[in-house]
Design a protein. Structure first.
Length: 287
C-alpha cells in the first residue's frame, strides 16, 4: 500500500525553480480560481488528494513537494520557514493567476502564515489548519524528542510506527473504526518506515525555530484559522493564539476531528468548512 493516495490521471506536473536553487515538483488539478495546498511535515503533494476531489470541479488545486520530501531538490539544511515560504511564493508567482487562496495543515499551516506575512500581495485568503504562532509546551517537547531520537541513531521498528504515530493523527473514535485503522496501519508503516531521518529532522527543526507572534498583528491578509477539537499535536488553544494575534484573524473549531482527519477520516467535513470560508471571503471581496 502507498503511504498516500495517488493523484488522478488528469493531474498535471510542473517543475518550478527558485533563485535560491530549489527545484520543486508541483502538481495541479482542476480549473478555476487558484487554491494552493501546502503540505505538512513528512508529506508530499499527494497528502491533499482527498481534499482535491471536493474542489477540482470549481477550483484549480495546486500542491507540491516541500523541501525534504518527494521529488523536490533543495540546498542542504538548515532551512527556515521564511525560505520555505519563499518557495511557495515562487509557485504562486509563476503558476497562479494573481493572488491565491493558500491553505495548509501543520507545517503547512505555519507556512501558510509565513507566506501571508512575507508575501501579502500574493495571498487573497490564508487558511492555516492545525497551526501555531510559536510551538511550545507538550508539542515542543514531543517534536524535540522525535528529533533527538533520530540524532541518537535510534530507528523505530515497523511494528511500532503506526501505533505510535496514529494516536497523534486521529481521534480515539476514528482509531476505533476497524476499516480506517487498517488503512492507517498499512499507510503509516510505509510512510514512516521509509523516511530519511535527516529530512524529518531538518523540517521539524525549521518548525520549532519559527516564531511569528510579533509579526502576525501587522498581517492584514484575511486569516481564517481552523482548529480540530481532538488535535493532540496542535491543540485548539495554539490555533486560537494565531487567530487572536493576526491583524485580520478568525477562528473556526471543528468538533470531533484530529490533526490529520482531513486524510482518510473526515475529508468531507474539512472540505465543507474550507468551502464555507472561501465562499464568505469571496462575497466580501466581490470575487
Amino acid at each position: 500500500m502507498s503511504a498516500f493516495p495517488q493523484l488522478g490521471p488528469d493531474a498535471t506536473t510542473h517543475r518550478i525553480s527558485t533563485t535560491d536553487g530549489v527545484t520543486m515538483r508541483v502538481v495541479e488539478q482542476g480549473s478555476g480560481p487558484d487554491i494552493v495546498f501546502i503540505p505538512g511535515g513528512d508529506s508530499p503533494a499527494e497528502a491533499y488528494v482527498h481534499l482535491f476531489s471536493h474542489f477540482t470541479s470549481h477550483f484549480r488545486c495546486i500542491s507540491y513537494d516541500p523541501r525534504g520530501v518527494g521529488d523536490t531538490v533543495a540546498p542542504a539544511a538548515p532551512w527556515t520557514m521564511e525560505a520555505m515560504a519563499a518557495d511557495c511564493a515562487a509557485i504562486i508567482e509563476q503558476l497562479c493567476d494573481g493572488p491565491a487562496v493558500v491553505t495548509g495543515l501543520s507545517m503547512g499551516g505555519l507556512l501558510t502564515q509565513a507566506v501571508a506575512i512575507d508575501f501579502p500581495g500574493l495571498v487573497r485568503l490564508a487558511i492555516p489548519m492545525g497551526t501555531a504562532a510559536y510551538i511550545d509546551g507538550f508539542t515542543r517537547d514531543w517534536m524535540e524528542a522525535e528529533i533527538r531520537l533520530r540524532r541518537d541513531g535510534i530507528v523505530l521498528p515497523d511494528y511500532f510506527l503506526p501505533v505510535h504515530y496514529g494516536v497523534y493523527a486521529y481521534p480515539a473514535k476514528a482509531l476505533d473504526e476497524p476499516e480506517l485503522w487498517a488503512q492507517v496501519k498499512a499507510a503509516y508503516t510505509v510512510r514512516f518506515g521509509g523516511r530519511d531521518p535527516q529530512d524529518l529532522i531538518d523540517q521539524w527543526q525549521a518548525c520549532l525555530d519559527y516564531d511569528c507572534r510579533d509579526r502576525l498583528p501587522e498581517c492584514q491578509v484575511p486569516m481564517h484559522v481552523i482548529a480540530f477539537s481532538e488535535d493532540v499535536q496542535t491543540p485548539p488553544g495554539m490555533c486560537r493564539i494565531v487567530a487572536d494575534l493576526a491583524g485580520n484573524g478568525h477562528l473556526h473549531e471543528i468538533a470531533g476531528l484530529g490533526h490529520v482527519s482531513l486524510l482518510r477520516h473526515k475529508p468531507d467535513v474539512v472540505a465543507a468548512k474550507l468551502h464555507e470560508i472561501i465562499a464568505e471571503a469571496s462575497t466580501k471581496d466581490g470575487r
